[in-house]
Design a protein around this ligand. Structure first.
Ligand code: B1M
Length: 824
């Protein structure tokens, strides 16, 4: 049994009952105002290191504190904002500064002294160079110095980097037993300079163990009020605000602020009405401001708040919130896991983190809400690699991470350095797992996935799975981890061997949610193991699991099929307001299961589209549907119907050719195979025959002889046939030699028929060579003959390169070129 004791107010050294009441949200607390403003007013030259004034001008510093105490401040903040070893350098030691600063503060008669800790003045990795451990050590030194000097609490303030404030809070938590007040600084857009929102800050700092969370500096109280309200909605901890006296500007060489004490106090009153419990001032405020704040909190207790409990996981930029009272879905992307993924294994082995990060970025683009990160391979040092990969992912994606490892040391290394509140994957019902993983989750404020297995393995029945889940929940409670921080994974087994078990898993999901108040996760893909059409089975199971209450599927967001289920369920689950996301995604979507033609029966039609059928939209283009599905039977009627209203060439260009192009792409992708390609071509041929029969006879007869052929080795002739149809129609005498035509046969025809223009078609890269040979033969043996070439594989440049006289991109251009040749 572990000796771990969760950090609560009872484990802290709290100066007195009034401070405890403030920490419990039962009493207001009034801080002081700006130190810099006061030093300037006192005519003190702050210099590069105002903290040195604690040593050189202690009386002046004490006078500032005393002025605030006289104005009503209960807490004064030591003049130690930049008192860290990085900033102080050789000017003084951290210990000297804190010792002097606390003495100055105590001498003012203040009720409580807060040890002030500001940013280190260097950016942390990956933006800067400072590692987590370096930052932590700098803060830890300050914490120890402040505690030794006798502060009552810490105020960690003006932070803009969530990683940095986490390092500071951890340092305070691990090196002292004093209360921690942690505040960040937000810009006008409601985010810190590095993109953290008030919600993310409050959730993350609360979970990590800050006793008070809040906001200070940068804006005035009116601007900060809505940001504070956003914090109040997501944390039960007291919220603190120390606003600036508005914006600074320079008057007569002095910095002045644009909000006067009365307006300032009025705006702060609004925040207090909203529920802000702890107030004070920041830049530009002086005792006149603080004096008016005393009226606001006198004889008043903080507004009682109630917060909707929720499962919340954060990155530095994003919070995923799943309220306990309802089912909301979050997709956990499973692709960063080397098991069975050779490319990822190779990348991890080679230290190619760009590839790993690429996997994260694509999952984010595909719709994942959270990324699972597993780098477990026997030959790799996970304790080093897992935090590195998490750090890189945090630099390139905004998604919260789920840290996945069987090695508790690797989990701790990653969770400790993670900028946010992560999910740990996983704890299970085994005693050893409970005793090692839950303390880590509790200490770092992480959420956990609880697997329903124990020393006896994975139980068969739903009841036994729920029993293990219950044990996990009860054990977690001992560590101060509530059910709202737990995702139970009831562990999917294949339906192929035991269908009853599949049903049992779904029942277990419902029971865990209802009986234990937890959220549920599931890795869905195991369900189909050993069965064909696995994606079909997985997607069906996913929908069934959502129906049973699944909150967080662990899945590949790259599977369009799964994401279709997710997006559809979000509408049915009332979490896609106005179906906006669904409509944006699926407007114009072609349902692959729908029969395109009235009276058609997809099942009976013997379609060319098998498993990888493309989207065929009912009521859409019938020609496209018939070509893609390879149904020639209905083609004649469909083409005739369209010919009644559409020009034949327009019909070919706007419907037949795009459909054949689509077939080509599907073939290219390996979705279609040769039989489907042939069925599509056959359907198109019937359509072209129908069009040809409807084409009016050429108006001007006897325009000249043209020889057409698809070159040797190439049997594609649909395009060439269209060219022939048009040239016929224009009145030329066309000698069509067909496809796979030998160059000599073409030369013979030229000589025998007095041909002046030869048209060659080629559709494959491999057959352009025989086109070149044919051109060379014709130019050598029949120099007066012009050669026109076409075919999808050609470009004008390539045509010129192989010696052709003309290139035509389509049949109409071929006809124009013929005019040119014969008019010459
Ligand atoms: Co095949 N095929 N095919 N194929 N096939 C392509 C060309 C391909 C691009 C498909 C793909 O992989 N995406 C690919 C070639 C890859 C490459 O080399 N770059 C390919 C392949 C690989 C193959 C086989 C090797 C498959 C196999 O067996 N593994 C095999 C080849 C056999 C051979 O030739 N030795 C093969 C077979 C077939 C079918 C028999 C099944 C069938 C052809 C039936 C037939 O023609 N009777 C077929 C089809 C239908 C296609 C696609 C899907 C469609 C071709 C087509 O008819 N397009 C084609 C993919 C594609 O192109 N998107 C593909 C419509 C037609 C109107 O366009 O011919 O370009 P096109 O003609 C246009 C213009 O280019 C121009 O005007 C026309 C109308 O505007 N034009 C000219 C054409 N010739 C002109 C001549 C001119 C002037 C303009 O002046 C003389």
């Amino acid at each position: 049994m572990t000796a771990f004791t969760p950090r609560t107010l009872d484990t802290l050294r709290i100066a007195d009952d009034d401070l405890r009441a403030a920490l419990e949200g039962r009493r207001h607390l009034l801080f002081d105002g700006g130190m810099g403003t006061m030093l300037q007013a006192a005519g003190l030259e702050a210099g590069a290191l105002p903290e040195l004034l604690n040593l050189s001008e202690p009386d002046a510093i004490t006078a500032v504190h005393a002025a605030y105490v006289a104005a009503g401040s209960e807490v004064v903040t030591t003049n130690t904002f930049g008192a860290n070893a990085h900033k102080l350098g050789d000017a003084a030691t951290v210990e000297e500064i804190f010792d002097a600063a606390v003495r100055c503060a105590r001498a003012s008669g203040a009720r409580y002294v807060a040890g002030d800790i500001g940013p280190l003045g260097a950016l942390m990795r990956p933006m800067g160079t400072l590692s987590f451990d370096e930052a932590y050590n700098l803060f830890a030194q300050q914490v120890r110095a402040a505690a030794t000097a006798g502060v009552d609490l810490f105020v960690i303030e003006t932070m803009t980097d969530l990683a940095e404030i986490r390092a500071a809070v951890l340092a305070a938590k691990e090196n002292s037993d004093l209360p921690i007040f942690a505040t960040m600084t937000f810009e006008e857009d409601g985010r810190t300079f590095l993109g953290t929102s008030p919600e993310v800050a409050a959730i993350t700092l609360d979970a990590l163990g800050a006793d008070v969370v809040g906001i200070n500096c940068s804006l005035g109280p009116a601007e900060l009020r809505p940001l504070a309200a956003r914090m109040l909605a997501v944390t039960e901890k007291p919220v603190m605000v120390q606003a600036n006296a508005g914006l600074p500007h320079v008057e007569d060489g002095r910095t002045v602020y644009d909000i006067d004490p009365t307006a300032y106090a009025a705006a702060v009153r609004g925040m207090v009405d909203d529920g802000v419990g702890i107030i004070g001032g920041c830049c530009g405020t002086n005792p006149n401001y603080i004096r008016l704040l005393t009226d606001i909190v006198r004889d008043r207790t903080p507004q009682q708040r109630s917060m909707e409990p929720a499962f919340t996981v954060t990155s530095a930029q994003r919070a995923v919130v799943l309220p306990c009272a309802e089912q909301r879905i979050a997709v956990i992307g499973e692709r960063i896991n080397p098991t069975g993924k050779k490319r990822l294994q190779a990348a991890l082995r080679a230290g190619d983190l760009d590839y790993v990060v690429g996997q994260g970025i694509s999952q984010q683009e595909q719709g994942a809400d959270i990324l699972d990160v597993n780098v477990g391979m026997p030959e790799l040092d996970e304790v080093v690699l897992l935090p590195r990969v998490c750090e890189q992912l945090q630099a390139s994606t905004v998604l919260p991470l789920q840290i996945d490892s069987t090695d508790p040391a690797a989990i701790e290394a990653a969770v400790r350095r993670y900028a946010g509140s992560a999910i740990i994957n996983s704890v299970n019902g085994k005693r050893e797992s409970l005793d090692t993983i839950l303390p880590i989750a509790a200490h770092y404020g992480a959420n956990v996935i609880g697997l329903t297995l124990d020393e006896d393995g994975i139980p068969e029945t739903a009841e036994a799975r729920v029993a293990i889940a219950r044990r996990i929940v009860n054990e977690a409670a001992r560590y101060g981890i509530g059910p709202e921080r737990i995702l139970i994974d009831c562990l999917v087994m294949t339906a192929s061997t035991n269908q009853q078990q599949a049903l049992g898993i779904l029942r277990a999901v419902s029971a865990c949610r209802e009986q234990l108040g937890v959220k549920c996760a599931l890795g869905v893909s195991n369900i189909s193991f050993g069965l064909p059409a696995r994606e079909l089975m997985n997607a069906t199971f996913l929908a069934a699991a959502f129906g049973a209450g699944l909150d967080a599927p662990i899945m590949n967001p790259g599977s369009a099929r799964y994401m279709d289920v997710v997006r559809s369920f979000r509408v049915l689950n009332a979490e896609d307001e106005g179906s906006a996301a669904y409509i944006e995604r699926y407007a114009g979507w072609g349902d692959p299961y729908k029969v395109p033609i009235a009276g058609g029966d997809a099942a009976a039609a013997g379609t060319a589209t098998g498993g990888g059928a493309p989207a065929l939209d009912e009521g859409g283009d019938p020609i496209r549907c018939l070509i893609l599905s390879g149904r020639k039977g209905e083609m004649k009627a469909a083409t005739e119907q369209l010919l009644a209203t559409t020009d034949p060439l327009e019909l070919i260009n706007s419907r037949f050719i795009p459909a054949l192009d689509e077939v080509g792409v599907l073939f290219d992708q390996g979705t279609y195979f040769l039989p489907q390609l042939m069925a599509s071509a056959e359907a198109a041929r019937v359509g072209f025959d129908t069009i040809r029969a409807h084409m009016p006879a050429g108006s001007i007869a006897g325009k000249g002889p043209i020889c057409l052929a698809t070159v040797k080795g190439d049997i594609h002739d649909i395009g060439k046939n269209i060219v022939k149809m048009l040239l016929d129609n224009y009145g030329y005498t066309v000698f069509d030699l067909g496809r796979d035509v030998d160059p000599q046969e073409i030369l013979d025809t030229v000589r025998a028929r007095g041909v002046r223009l030869v048209g060659l078609s080629a559709l494959m890269t491999t057959t352009v060579k025989s086109m070149e040979e044919t051109i060379a033969l014709l130019h050598a043996e029949a120099p007066d003959v012009k050669v026109l070439v076409g075919g999808a594989v050609l470009t004008p440049e390539y045509a010129a390169q192989i010696g052709a006289d003309f290139y035509a991109k389509d049949a109409a251009e071929a006809a124009r070129i013929a005019e040119e040749v014969f008019e010459a």
